[in-house]
Design a protein around this ligand. Structure first.
Ligand code: HEM
Length: 145
């Protein structure tokens, strides 16, 4: 019981950090940025990465480990859509992460052009993140089985 509560807490808190990092990236991204500013974005992106891993780890443990039986989730199509969307968000984050990591090195004041599709990818991730909690609430109530 306590383990389940702890895992749900981690799932939520890590989610707040994940969405917070994503929102910060969206607000900070500009068409041109200095390498120093890109380094800050790369740090925020690291918070994104760690929190995403925690959300998924807590989610998988809730699925296969503690709480309701695994079949409760495995047999629910809404749950699979939710997990699928979370995977898509993760995949969409690869290009921005690689770009921030590659471009933070070098002269700090040098200005770098940021490809417009990076902001678009962050926006799509934010939009998907708005849908997932609705799917989570529905499947937790057993809708979709
Ligand atoms: C692979 C990734 C994920 C897995 C395996 C996963 C799995 C789970 C599981 C097993 C639960 C427990 C549901 C219950 O109480 O019966 C849960 C709850 C929840 N998850 Fe996830 N999750 C994942 C990602 C996400 C993401 C990315 C979000 C939000 C953007 C999210 C939002 C929620 C919410 C809001 C709840 C609480 C639902 C409720 O009790 O009403 N999850 N998740």
């Amino acid at each position: 019981m306590i383990t389940e509560i702890l895992l749900r807490y981690i799932h939520f808190i890590a989610l707040f950090f994940w969405i917070g990092a994503l929102t910060s990236e969206h607000l900070l991204l500009k068409p041109q940025m200095s390498r120093a500013a890109i380094t800050r974005l790369a740090r925020i992106d690291a918070v994104y990465g760690i929190s995403a891993v925690l959300v998924v780890a807590a989610g998988l443990t809730l699925w296969f480990g503690v709480g309701k039986p695994a079949e409760f989730y495995s047999g629910n199509w809404i749950f699979h859509v939710k997990v699928g969307l979370a995977v898509i968000v993760g995949l969409l984050s690869i290009y921005p992460t690689v770009f921030f990591t590659k471009n933070r090195k070098g002269q700090e004041s040098e200005m770098i052009d940021i490809p417009s599709n990076i902001k678009l990818l962050v926006r799509i991730q934010l939009a998907i993140m708005l849908i997932i909690p609705l799917l989570a609430t529905l499947m937790a109530k057993g809708i979709g089985t």
